[in-house]
Design a protein around this ligand. Structure first.
Ligand code: BES
Ligand code: MN
Ligand code: ZN
Length: 469
């Protein structure tokens, strides 16, 4: 469900605001001149407030109808990261309330408002839990910044919703229908068309499922195109059981979010117009359900990808790279992009390397890598650059096909790196980057801007990047 909390801008703080948030900095002096008729300095000292981001001192105040509340909130060093923490903490404190009037902090209001909205996100089927605050009213803020924050937060919420939807509902055709609702033109390949055009990787992965695969293409053209063309490719595995290389239950039960990369692509394409992105963007979502059955592909099968390259499938659970290979090869052969970025919950190995807070970026091009790292930092989707280690390329040699989809044995290891090396074979010679979001695609905590389940990681970094370039 989209974020239901509304965000608006009000010119002034109403005198009788029932629920009012006011920032203070580390010197314990209110950062804003709002006359609260309160001994603010004494109160902060009394509660031993330090002014850290996320800290809130709640003060009951007399109001016409009874008792109101003033929330004195710390802003730390005032950096975007600190303001995000402060914004999210406020929304969480305001759970179940009607309107929270917010005197904004100095600094990046878009980051602050975006985090405040994201903290209101929840995914529910049924009536579990408490309602989020109904409305946030930002006093004296720049309207455009708050609108941008709202657009970005709703895009993240859409990516989370698509990913959190159970796979009993969300098959490849369903995902294609959601893409068609994004407001940009789409082209959908069904099974027959995939066959006719030679998308052997997507077909092989989808073969075991009763719900056939799809390739989804979304196209955004800016009002005044710069001539630059970006292709985004998302992994759209609507459920990853592992296929005949079946996963154990504990690993399988999180795999409805294995289309998180595809969800990011759909969500991003849907808001590029609202954010005025100057570049042409084509999104590709390679959607399939990876299931074991009498029609499933087998470990040892050899498949033929778009463009003719053959791959020996030694593990059907390394399916993401097979569907992405087709889409990358198609982008290179047909779409003539200036740059290609793929995003995928590709390997469990990356969460061993980078954990649950930082995503991986691999890149064939240093400039592109730097742009994505910077955009990630600014957008709060933190990335770390991983190396494409040439010495490991023999890991994917096959004796009967052009490539194998996994290493046999563990001479090389480095599961996330070898997966990236596999993808590189299909990306052509264009500047290409690969985001492995398997570690950051899901959250185990309901905290700050995160809610349990899908995170929508990737939406903010890509929107930052695409609206700058
Ligand atoms: N979808 C998984 C990766 C994954 C794991 C995402 C955990 C989110 C959480 C992917 O398709 C997969 O199964 N990868 C295998 C690759 C292996 C067979 C080479 C893995 O990581 O174990
Ligand atoms: Mn898998
Ligand atoms: Zn997968």
């Amino acid at each position: 469900m989209p974020i239901e909390t509304t965000a608006s801008v009000v010119a002034e703080v109403p005198d009788d605001a029932e629920f009012l948030a006011v920032p203070y900095a580390s010197d314990l002096i209110p950062a804003h001149a709002v006359d609260l008729h309160l001994p603010v300095g004494d109160l902060l000292a009394h509660y031993e407030a330090k002014g850290e981001a996320g800290e809130i001192v709640e003060v009951p105040v007399a109001r016409a109808g009874g008792v109101g509340r003033v929330l004195l909130y710390g802003v730390g060093d005032g950096s975007p990261r600190a303001l995000r923490k402060a914004g999210a903490a406020l929304t969480r404190r305001a759970k179940g309330r009607d309107t929270l009037t917010v005197v904004p902090p100095e600094g990046d209001i878009a980051a602050f408002a975006e985090a405040a909205l994201l903290a209101a996100y929840s995914f529910k089927i049924g009536n579990a839990g408490q309602q989020s605050v109904r409305a946030l009213a930002f006093a004296g803020s720049d309207e455009a910044q708050v609108r941008r924050a709202q657009t970005v937060a709703q895009a993240v919420a859409l990516a989370r919703d698509l990913s959190n939807t159970p796979a009993s509902v969300k098959n490849p055709a369903w995902l294609a229908e959601r893409a068609a609702e994004s407001g940009v033109p789409v082209r959908i390949w069904d099974e027959e068309q995939l066959q006719a055009d030679g998308f052997g990787g997507i077909l092989a992965v989808g073969r075991g499922s009763a719900s056939p695969p799809r390739l989804i293409q979304l196209s955004y053209t800016p009002a005044e195109p710069t001539g630059r063309h970006v292709v985004l490719v998302g992994k759209g595995i609507t459920f990853d059981s592992g296929g005949l290389s079946l996963k154990p239950t504990d690993n399988m039960k999180t795999q409805k979010t294995d289309m998180a990369g595809g969800a990011v692509v759909i969500a991003v394409l849907g808001v590029l117009a609202a954010l005025g992105a100057p570049v042409r963007v084509t999104g590709l979502v390679a959607a399939a359900e990876n299931m074991p059955s009498g029609t499933a592909q087998r470990p040892s099968d050899v498949i033929k990808h778009y463009g003719g390259r053959t791959v020996e499938v030694l593990n059907t659970d390394a399916e993401g790279r097979l569907v992405l290979a087709d889409a990358l090869a198609y982008a290179d052969a047909v779409l003539d992009p200036d740059v290609v970025v793929d995003i995928a919950t590709l390997t469990g190995a990356i969460s061993v390397a980078l954990g649950r807070s930082v995503g991986a970026v691999y890149a064939s091009d240093d400039v592109l890598a730097k742009q994505l790292l910077d955009a990630g930092e600014a957008g709060d989707d933190r990335l770390w650059r991983m190396p494409l280690i040439e010495d490991y390329t023999p890991a994917l040699e096959s004796s009967i096909a052009d490539l194998a989809n996994v290493e046999i044995g563990s001479k090389f290891g480095a599961g996330s790196i070898t997966a990236a090396l596999f993808l590189r074979e299909f990306a052509g010679r264009r500047p290409w980057a690969h985001l492995d979001i398997a570690g950051v695609g899901r959250s185990t905590v309901d905290e700050g801007t995160l809610s349990k389940g899908a995170t929508g990681f990737g939406v903010r970094v890509l929107l930052e990047w695409l609206t700058r370039s």
